[in-house]
Ligand binder design. Structure first.
Ligand SMILES: *Cc1c(COP(=O)(O)O)cnc(C)c1O
Length: 377
């Protein structure tokens, strides 16, 4: 199957009992048992629900894994993955990781004795130097948020497997339509499905795909024990979102390339971060490991005052947290998504007060360029 067809025909499609083309929403918490313990595969919806299972099978197929799991948010999914580890374990993470991931690791899991080091994972040597005797996993985001830094998944997976470490990749920015980390040797993929996979700014959800029976057993045990599951309505919305993931990502990509090129030549823009630009660090690796560059662009206008001037004049870019929707969104990482990262660390990473991040939507690109032109000039 080719990629666009996979979005429509993977996983479990329709309903075998009625012929309905869309998977039904099984709004049920429990299931009748013929005799004690004898049932049709479902006994309680925390453990398993048919609509959620259809979504979990779909994302498993799209990422090329052994099993998929759906959670109530990206953070619930990431937290479930972190529960694979125990007190005394150490994890290495990308330094400009999503702010919420930084927060849960440094403020919550640290309390349970899980230790973490944040390094620039684009630099393999930096990862090697951070490995300790108790290191159990490497956790990557590529491209990163908001500077779109690229990490070579294959190179890190070779390193991880030589040292017997798990490789976890947050694939939110690329989606399985553009990038499949498991194919390059990752063991676990996590998603904030709130973003591109849902795609319409109307659902909060998280997904995990694992590449082995052992991880599948362990993660289902955690999902059922801790209970941060996705409800059937939201599972259905994600299945619906995925049907158009291919055409949305193609449309977003076309718009993003034009916008990045426009911003890159603009005299009032100091720097543009977009993996599709040839001068972007990591451009060559991105071409090697992904089929597209995605729809996230960050650019620096120099100061907080300039940021506020630009924001005031925009018409089609909605000022909001989040990303990956059909409508273009704009945010100021230092004040919004990355506010939980201490200022000195933020500045060291390059997340300046003049940095603006846009999530390109599927509007007519000429309207988006006109809008930016008016705001910048
Ligand atoms: C939004 C986001 C998350 C967290 O997901 P939620 O659905 O908001 O809980 C994790 N990683 C990345 C890259 C994100 O953009």
């Amino acid at each position: 199957m080719r990629p666009k067809t996979r979005m429509i025909h993977s996983g479990i499609t329709g309903d075998e009992y009625t012929g309905a083309v869309s998977v039904p929403i099984y709004q049920a918490s429990t299931y009748e048992q013929e005799a004690v313990g004898k049932h049709k595969g479902y006994d309680y919806s925390r453990t398993g629900n048919p609509t959620r299972y259809a979504l979990e099978t779909l994302i498993k197929d799209l990422e090329g894994g052994k099993a998929g799991y759906a959670f109530a948010s990206g953070m619930a999914a990431i937290s479930a993955v972190m529960m694979l580890f125990k007190s005394g374990d150490h994890i290495i993470l990308t330094d400009d990781v999503y702010g919420g991931t930084y927060r849960v690791i440094s403020k919550v899991f640290s309390q349970f004795g899980i230790d973490a080091t944040f390094v620039n994972t684009s630099d393999i040597e930096a990862i090697v130097s951070a490995i300790q005797e108790n290191t159990k996993a490497i956790y990557l985001e590529t491209p990163t948020n908001p500077l779109l830094k690229i990490t070579d998944i294959k190179a890190v997976s070779n390193l991880a497997h030589k040292r017997d470490l798990l490789l976890i990749v947050d694939n939110t920015f690329s989606t399985p339509y553009w990038q499949q980390p498991l194919v390059h040797g990752a063991d676990i993929v996590v998603h904030s499905a709130t973003k591109y996979i849902g795609g319409h700014s109307d659902v909060v959800a998280g997904l995990v795909v694992v590449n082995s029976e052992k991880l599948s057993k362990d993660l289902h045990f955690i999902q059922n024990s801790v209970g941060g599951i996705l409800g059937p309505q939201d599972a259905w919305l994600l299945i619906r979102g995925i049907k158009t993931l291919g055409i949305r990502m193609e449309a977003i990509e076309a718009n993003a390339k034009k916008l990045a090129t426009y911003l890159n030549q603009h005299p009032r823009v100091r720097k543009v971060y977009y993996p599709g630009l040839e001068n972007h660090i990591g451009h060559d690796i991105q071409i090697k490991q992904a089929q597209g560059y995605g729809g996230m662009i960050s650019f620096d206008v120099g100061s907080e005052e300039r940021v506020n001037q630009v924001l005031k004049k925009l018409k089609y870019f909605t000022l909001a947290e989040s990303l990956g929707a059909v409508e273009s969104l704009i945010s100021v990482p230092a004040k919004m998504t990355h506010a939980s990262i201490p200022k000195n660390i933020r500045h060291k990473l390059g997340i300046t007060d003049g940095l603006i991040r846009i999530s390109v939507g599927i509007e007519d690109v000429d309207d988006l360029i006109e809008d930016l032109a008016k705001a910048l000039n």
